[in-house]
Structures are given as structure tokens and as C-alpha cells.
Design a protein around this ligand. Sequence first.
Ligand code: NAD
Ligand code: WQD
Length: 339
Amino acid sequence: MTSTVLVTGGAGFIGSHTCVELLSHGHEVVVVDDFSNSSPGAVEAVHKLAGRPVQLHRADLRDRAALAEVFRAHRFDAVIHFAAKKAVGESTRIPLTYFDINIGGTTALLHAMNEHGVRRLVFSSSCSVYGETSTVPLDEDSPAAPTNPYARSKYLCEQLLADACAYDPGLSVIALRYFNPIGAHPSGEIGEDPAGVPNNVLPYMAQVAVGRLPELPVYGDDYPTPDGTGVRDYIHVVDVADGHRVALDHLDDETGLRVFNLGTGTGASVLTLLAEFSRAAGRPIPYRVEPRRAGDVATLIADPRRVERAWGWRTTRDLAAMCEDAWRFQRLHPAGYAG
Ligand code: NAD
Ligand code: WQD
């Protein structure tokens, strides 16, 4: 079923890939983004790739008047809410800004949805809500124990969404807890283009491969993992985007809040990822082992079975595809969308 979907943060990494997925499946897409961590170039690239336009509103989600305009201008069947700040380290330095944007943005959105009778929402949550854990793989019933303001903001949003559902029994919300999204659209035309020095490992190694950074710091090689480096459940961003498209089709299955992991169920270490990326890029990638990064855990792997049982959906792209596609974007756009 096609519909008109509001995508907040649609110019960002995951949002832009989701817009392509939605447009190519016949949905109408309206994006609200303030470009605080993205550029209009991403929306132009989405338009080109999908061959259909995105309707774009440049606005901060917390600007109630601007958001009301957007809701008056369109009749939304559903909302996908990506807009948020996402850097763990930064969130420990400016926690109030994180709560303001991530929680304030979500409540402003819920108000606007309520005022305009929109009752179907897919929310970007994160594996970071699980916090430090000794049990892997992690299923959705694993206790939440966020360890930093970013993760706490995501968990608080899940809780306020549960409260909103209790208050409005017609509301249907799906929170997707992504593990580590990486990669890019296979065309190489959209991808991850973080502002400043990347926090995450894949964009960092991609910028080393293209010569923008000298070497990858590997944060710790003394973890209790097969090669001593951290193990994560990397998931292709196009699989994440596809998961959102499929989630839209399941919003009407039931009302209330439902939580699903989006991961592959397989882990890769930093050195395994580095070897795979180096193969994709056809060049060695210099690295240096450094001390562990504060707040990191040894291993995080999803148990992806709940979403598979509920929707018959699973990821289809492997680590090689993630690295090849990420490299294609980096090679074609060495300086990101600006270059
Ligand atoms: P991103 O920064 O690339 O995208 C977020 C987008 O939201 C950006 O385009 C930014 O300009 C916009 N934005 C931020 N604040 C806004 C505001 N107040 N009003 C309007 N627009 C605003 O990040 P991403 O990696 O695409 O992440 C998307 C969502 O997924 C976020 O909610 C993030 O917390 C969540 N998430 C990301 C990851 C990951 O590793 N990338 C993992 C789990 C969850
Ligand atoms: C992965 C591995 C690092 C950088 C973060 C958020 C999480 C979610 C996904 C939003 C770890 C190592 C990293 C580097 C390295 N995002 N590393 N050198 O920390 O698993 O998860 O993104 O919700 O909430 O915390 O991802 O890519 O930063 O790190 O060695 O330069 O790579 O130690 O083992 P992380 P990451």
C-alpha cells in the first residue's frame, strides 16, 4: 500500500537511504530537516536516484509553528522519525542539548501528530539502550541500561512513546533498535558524510583509505574477543532502510508500542572490518592500536529473531557488500556531498 510519509531527518545517513527506498516503492515522501548534520545535496541525490521528487521543508523539529505549517500542507499517513543528535561522546559534554533535541523534537512531533490525527509512527531507536551487557546476542527483552545521555535520550523517547500510546489507544508506534548501520546505496550516490572527524569506525577508515586522514586508531586490542578488538553487529544501511519500509506495512497490525532489533545476528571485529574494507578499496589502510575508548564494550550482537518471526523479514547484505558500497560512495565523493 502506498502512502504519504513524513520523514524527519530525511537528509541524514539513514534517512536519505530510507527516502530512496520509499520513493522507489511508490510512496510520497516529505522531509523535514534543519541540515544541522547533513546537506541539501543529499536530498538532491535522493531525487536523482529515485527519479521522483522529495518535498523538502527546512525546519527545526522543535519549531512548533514551522512544524504545524508542514502538517497543514500535507495529509500524512505515517511518520518516520530519524531527526536527532547521535554522537555518544558529544552527548556526555552537552547532555541538555541532547535531551532538548532528541526528546523535545519527539514531543513536538507527537503534539503535531495528535493535533492532525496522524497515528502511525516508526521511531529510530538504538542498540545503545542496552548499555553494558555480558549477554549476547541481545534480544528485545534484555534489560535497558543506557550508559550515556544519548542512549538515555533514546530510551526515554521509547518510554514516552509507550505513555503516548497508553493515552491514545489508536496510536501505533514501532521503535527499531538499530545495531551498527554502515555501507551506502550501491550506486555510490548517497552514503555517510559526517561533519568533522568521524566518531564511527567505518567512516573513519573510509576517510583514511581516501587519504583524508592518516591512520585509523583501533581502540583496544585486549578485549575478550577472538582478535582482541571490539566486535559489533554491522548492518547494511539499505537493509535498515528496507526494514523501515516494511515496518510501515505493519503499523496497522496492532496499536501500542512495539520494539524490534534491526541487526544481522553476526558480529565482526574492528580488524575483520578493516581487512574487508581494505580488500574492497584495494589498498592497505594504516592503523595504530590505541587504548580502549571510554564507554566501549567488548561485544554487541543482535538477536534479530523477533522481527523475523513477526514480519518474515531479515537482512540480506553481508559485510563485503557493506564495505564495497561504502567505498564506492567514498571514492566517488572523496570530500562527501560538498566535493
Ligand atoms: P544523521 O545525523 O545522519 O541524521 C539525522 C538527521 O536529522 C540529519 O539530517 C540532521 O540534520 C537532522 N536533524 C537533527 N536535529 C534536527 C532537528 N532538531 N530538526 C530537524 N532535523 C534535525 O544520523 P543517522 O545516522 O542517519 O541517524 C538517524 C537516526 O537513527 C537518529 O535518530 C539516530 O539516533 C538513530 N540511530 C543511528 C545509528 C547509527 O549508527 N547511525 C544507530 C542507531 C540509531
Ligand atoms: C565500533 C567499534 C570501537 C572508532 C555507536 C553508538 C551506538 C550506535 C552505533 C547510534 C568499537 C571501534 C571506533 C575508531 C575504533 N549509534 N572504533 N576506532 O560505538 O559500537 O556504536 O554507533 O545509536 O549508539 O555508540 O560504533 O563505529 O563508534 O565503534 O577502533 O576510530 O570500532 O571501539 O569497537 P559503536 P563505532
